[in-house]
Design a protein around this ligand. Structure first.
Ligand code: SAM
Length: 452
């Protein structure tokens, strides 16, 4: 896709003040198509990677053409996330911060939908850690939740609170990502709506909102904790000018990080601050600003109440095939449901409840009805589910697409009966109940593939 709408003259005059003699190159590059790219899921990396490596993210790949992702079963299995290359910068920044965190770090992605950066953060989160993935917009929040389930890493809490609510909690997170809502200038090549909605007033409104978000969220960062601030826009008032006052006030300090590769278009925009911008005319991705700061102080583990001991309503041994878990995860059972939850969530959720912050931990694992366990779709997306514990049916691409559309899946083996995990290239797509001569496709309606 390329912009079919002309960019507003006010935007051109502002960007020429920023870029001077490079403005023409920028405007020409505005007409180049964006590079299609994906980021593979390290927990589901069973397939050979395709595409050209992206220098700042080892699992990122540039694709030669934009495929129809919806018609690729691997996309539905959560094998990769579709993400434009500049937004994969966390793959370069997070590894530089990891050694600073305590053993069980708490990370917050404040503006998380649709989930590009949350899924990326989860791929780096230490085993004992927890990511709070937050989004206020209800529709976008449900897309985020689905994308987190598909990614399959259960070490998250899903929340839907505004920054003013988070503001009550002081010094709680080791890392906060504020990928702020912005005027979207860096999306002009991908999204005509970004062009049509753009006005100088919009830039100012976004800047005001970002100032509020920052003021509300900074108290929530622990001393010594890191803030990653990003936007997909070029306007300085939404970017570096938001952050300079926090440095001047001493709320934040600069950190020294290695520069992302400048020959791939990452321009360092301040000599003493780790802050960068990508542009259409110099990079392979879209326009992104990002910066990393630290709150003065020393990072220490949060003093959470001791783990609540859950009374087991049902001895877990009655449910077949679920594996022994790594020490940082647990099965949380109620009389009717089971969830797979990170242990840290069990002590963090009551802490959040004190501030009236509601959260959902991890992934549903199934329902128990009349002493029978029915596994959930989300459990099928969990990459550690041991396939050998279940009956599986490996399907071809056309069969996989029939399955994902909830159509009848035609298969040839006879004698297969009972609950089966449908796999495509050894990655689980979901459940199907096979009966004599017919099947019951259990792929959930809300997740189904609508494209023919
Ligand atoms: N980080 C996301 C990703 O990588 O997929 C993209 C986030 S997008 C730039 C900004 C998001 O912030 C939008 O989904 C918007 O609905 C959300 N948002 C707007 N105001 C918010 C607020 N006060 N608190 C939390 N999220 C907010």
């Amino acid at each position: 896709m390329m912009p079919s709408k002309p960019v507003p003259p006010d935007f051109i005059s502002r960007i020429s003040q920023q870029l001077g003699s490079k403005t023409q190159a920028f405007l020409e590059a505005l007409n180049h198509p964006p590079s299609p790219a994906i980021r593979y899921n390290p927990a589901k990396a069973k397939v050979p990677f395709v595409g050209q490596p992206i220098p700042w993210e080892p699992l990122g790949r540039l694709l030669p053409d934009r495929p129809v992702y919806a018609l690729d079963p691997m996309f539905h299995a959560g094998a990769y996330y579709v993400q434009e290359p500049s937004s994969m910068i966390l793959g370069f920044l997070i590894p530089q911060l990891l050694s600073s965190f305590p053993e069980a770090p708490l990370w917050l992605d404040l503006c998380a939908a649709p989930g590009g950066k949350s899924t990326h953060l989860l791929s780096f989160l230490p085993d004992d850690g927890l990511l709070v993935s937050n989004e206020t917009d209800p529709h976008r929040a449900s897309i985020l939740h689905e994308n987190l389930f598909r990614w399959g890493n259960p070490r998250f809490l899903f929340t839907r609170e505004g920054a003013h609510k988070w503001n009550q909690i002081q010094e709680c997170f080791d890392l906060i990502l504020l990928d702020a809502p912005c005027s979207g200038e860096g999306m002009f090549r991908k999204d005509d709506f970004a062009i049509t909605q753009w006005t100088p007033d919009l830039v100012q409104q976004c800047a005001n909102r970002q100032t509020d978000l920052l003021a509300n969220i900074l108290p929530t960062l622990k001393p010594g904790g890191f803030l990653i601030y990003s936007t997909c826009t070029f306007a300085p008032e939404e970017n570096i000018n938001q952050l300079l006052p926090c440095l001047e006030s001493g709320d934040l300090q600069a950190v020294t990080l290695t520069n992302p590769p400048t020959d791939w278009g990452w321009e360092r925009i301040h000599p003493s601050i780790s802050a960068w911008q990508t542009w259409f005319h110099t990079g392979i991705g879209e326009g992104l600003f990002c910066a990393v700061f630290q709150k003065p102080g020393k990072l220490e583990e949060l003093n959470l109440p001791p783990l609540k001991i859950f009374k087991k309503n049902k001895p877990f041994t009655t449910i077949p095939h679920l594996p022994e878990l790594m020490p940082h995860l647990s099965w949380a059972e109620t009389p009717e449901t089971i969830r797979l939850v990170p242990n840290l969530a069990k002590s963090f959720q009551p802490y959040l409840e004190k501030y009236h912050i509601r959260s959902t931990a991890g992934i549903p694992a199934g329902k128990i009805q009349q002493n029978r366990w029915t596994p959930s779709q989300e459990l099928a997306w969990w990459p550690d589910l041991p396939l050998e514990g279940f009956k599986t049916l490996e399907v071809s691409r056309p069969q996989a697409l029939d399955y994902l559309r909830r159509d009848t899946v035609h298969w040839h083996q006879s004698g297969n009966r009972g609950m089966h995990l449908i796999t495509y290239q050894n990655l689980a797509l979901g459940w199907m109940h096979l009966l004599e001569g017919r099947s019951n496709n259990l792929y959930p309606i809300p997740y189904r593939l609508r494209m023919r």
